[in-house]
Design a protein around this ligand. Structure first.
Ligand code: IDP
Ligand code: MG
Length: 138
């Protein structure tokens, strides 16, 4: 059993795609064990994406991620880190496979509708960024 962090980015929340995206996870048998809507400050977005701070798109990305509400979720299931990445599709929607969230809804390489952790270590860090142990107890 594995956990990962999913974020519906501002472009997804603003266009009313939350229900559709949640349904894709649930239809795939993935359990949502934590979920909330939050507004990130620019500083919080910079902390979350600190790994990308040297990249040319860092300022634009963190401004975008703090431009409106996001929905953060903890997904749980076998191999869910990779399964979520498969459901999301490639970073650039233009290169994403048919039927993926980013292919269906992504606007461009930055406003690509969803985030998903990429490895067990980053998943643990990203989950702890948004959720306390208590919130995820069942
Ligand atoms: P990922 O979200 O598929 O894991 P990363 O390479 O980790 O992709 O990049 C994090 C986020 O930064 C992307 O989801 C996207 O929003 C943004 N991003 C990545 N590459 C670019 C780019 O070349 N231009 C603008 N934004 C980018
Ligand atoms: Mg990434």
């Amino acid at each position: 059993m594995e956990r990962t962090l999913s974020i519906i980015k501002p472009d997804g929340v603003q266009r009313g795609l939350t229900g559709n995206i949640v349904q894709r996870f649930e239809s795939a048998g993935i359990r949502i064990v934590g979920m909330k809507r939050v507004c990130l400050s620019k500083k919080e977005a910079e902390a979350f994406y600190a790994v990308h701070k040297e990249r040319p798109f860092f300022d634009s990305l963190t401004s975008y991620m703090s431009s409106g509400p996001v929905v953060v979720m903890v997904l749980e299931g076998p191999n869910v880190i990779q399964r979520n990445r498969d459901i999301m599709g490639a970073t650039n929607p233009a290169q994403a496979a048919p039927g993926t969230i980013r292919k269906d809804y992504g606007l461009d390489v930055e406003k690509n509708t969803v985030h998903g952790s990429d490895a067990p270590e980053t998943a643990a860090k990203e989950i702890a960024f948004f959720f306390s142990e208590l919130e995820l107890m069942r």
